[in-house]
Design a protein around this ligand. Structure first.
Ligand SMILES: Nc1ncnc2c1ncn2[C@@H]1O[C@H](COP(=O)(O)OP(=O)(O)OP(=O)(O)O)[C@@H](O)[C@H]1O
Ligand SMILES: [Mg+2]
Length: 309
C-alpha cells in the first residue's frame, strides 16, 4: 500500500465556460493526507474546498497538477480510484423514491457487497445515524437533517479506505452532529482515512487531527487546531465590555480586536491578573475564556484579507 492516502501536487483549476469569464478556483494546492488521518479543509465561501474535493474524488478534471489516492492518479486511472473512496457531496440529497434503508442497501450492493453483509452494514449505519424510526419512509417525506443523516449513513456504511465529506453535518442538530463525529472516529480507528470540509470550527477541532485553511484557491496555513490557536499569541481571550475604543490601554497584554462594542484581548495566563487589574481600575467588566479555533481562523484569514487590500 502507498504510504500516503492522498497526495495533491500543485493542483490548479480554472472553470472556463463558453460565454462566461473564466474563474480560477484553485491556484496550486499541494497537500497530503496520511492513512488513518482525519483532516479538515477550512476556508471561506468560494475558497475552493468543494472544487478540490471533486477533483480528488474523480468528479472533475484538474486544469493542471496531480492528485494521487493511495498512489493512483485520479485523473488518469479514475476507475481504479473509485472503489477506494466514498463521497458525501455538498448539498447532496438521497433518492426521494427510496427509503433510507433501500438507499444504503442498494448502494452497498452496487459497490459489490454480498446481500447478508450489505444488510448487516445497512442496519448498523442506520443505527449509528439514529435513523431507525424513519428508515422505511420514502426520503421525500424526511426532514432536511434526516436526509443529510441518510447521506452520511450511505457513505459510512461503505467503510471505504478514503472518505470525502463536504460539509457532512450541515443542517444537523447538535446530537446528530455528535453522532457523525463518533462514527467518523470509529471509522478512522478501523483504518479509514477522512478528508472533510466544515464551517463549524468546533467540529473541525473535535474531529480533525490536522487541518488546512484554503483561501483564494491556495493553502494559507496547515497545522493542528492547537498550533493554529497557539499562533494567535495566547491561550486566553479576555472580552472587555464597552472597551472597543480602549485598545491603547490593553495593547501591552497581547493582540487586541474590537468585537461588537467590546475589546477582545488575546493574552496568556501569566498576564491575566495584571490585565484584570487594569480593567477593574477603569471600571470595565470582563469575560475570560479559552482562545477557540474560530478566533484563530478569523485572525489568520483576516490578516490575509488585509494584506490583499
Ligand atoms: N461549475 C463552476 N463554474 C464556474 N465557477 C465555479 C464552478 N464551481 C465553483 N466555481 C467557483 O470556483 C470558486 C470555488 O468554489 P468552491 O465551490 O470550490 O468553493 P468552496 O470553498 O467549496 O465554498 P463554500 O464554502 O461556499 O462551499 C468560487 O469562486 C466559485 O464561484
Ligand atoms: Mg463547498
Amino acid at each position: 500500500m502507498a504510504d500516503l492516502a492522498l497526495r495533491a501536487e500543485n493542483v490548479r483549476k480554472v472553470y472556463d465556460r463558453r460565454g462566461a469569464p473564466p474563474t480560477t478556483a484553485l491556484q496550486g494546492v499541494s497537500l497530503v493526507v496520511r492513512p488513518g488521518e482525519r483532516v479538515a479543509l477550512l476556508g471561506r465561501n468560494g475558497a475552493g474546498k468543494t472544487t478540490f474535493l471533486k477533483i480528488a474524488a474523480t468528479l472533475l478534471a484538474p486544469t493542471s497538477g496531480s492528485v494521487e489516492v493511495f498512489g493512483v492518479d485520479v485523473d488518469r486511472r479514475p476507475e481504479e480510484v473509485r472503489p477506494l473512496i466514498a463521497v458525501v457531496p455538498q448539498e447532496g440529497k438521497p433518492f426521494f423514491h427510496l427509503t433510507p434503508r433501500e438507499q444504503v442497501y442498494t448502494y452497498l450492493l452496487a459497490r459489490g457487497f454480498a446481500r447478508a453483509e450489505a444488510k448487516r452494514r445497512t442496519d448498523d449505519a442506520l443505527a449509528q445515524m439514529a435513523l431507525e424510526e424513519v428508515a422505511d419512509r420514502l426520503s421525500v417525506t424526511l426532514s432536511g437533517g434526516q436526509r443529510q443523516r441518510t447521506m452520511v449513513a450511505t457513505v459510512i456504511a461503505t467503510e471505504a479506505p478514503l472518505l470525502f465529506l463536504d460539509e457532512p453535518t450541515i443542517g444537523m442538530d447538535p446530537f446528530a452532529r455528535r453522532a457523525v463525529w463518533a462514527s467518523l472516529r470509529t471509522l478512522s480507528k478501523k483504518g479509514s482515512t477522512i478528508l472533510l470540509t466544515t464551517h463549524y470550527l468546533d467540529e473541525a477541532e473535535a474531529l480533525s487531527d490536522r487541518l488546512y485553511i484554503i483561501e483564494h484557491g491556495k493553502v494559507l496555513v496547515d497545522g493542528t487546531a492547537q498550533s493554529l490557536k497557539r499562533d494567535t499569541g495566547g491561550s486566553l481571550r479576555v472580552s472587555i465590555a464597552g472597551g472597543a475604543g480602549l485598545s491603547g490601554s490593553f495593547a501591552s497584554f497581547g493582540r487586541t480586536f474590537p468585537e461588537a462594542g467590546a475589546l477582545d484581548v488575546i493574552t496568556t495566563p501569566e498576564r491575566l491578573p495584571e490585565l484584570l487589574a487594569v480593567a477593574v481600575r477603569l471600571g470595565l467588566s470582563t469575560t475570560v475564556g479559552p482562545v477557540t479555533l474560530e478566533e484563530a481562523f478569523l485572525r489568520v484569514v483576516g490578516r490575509s484579507i488585509d494584506e490583499d487590500t
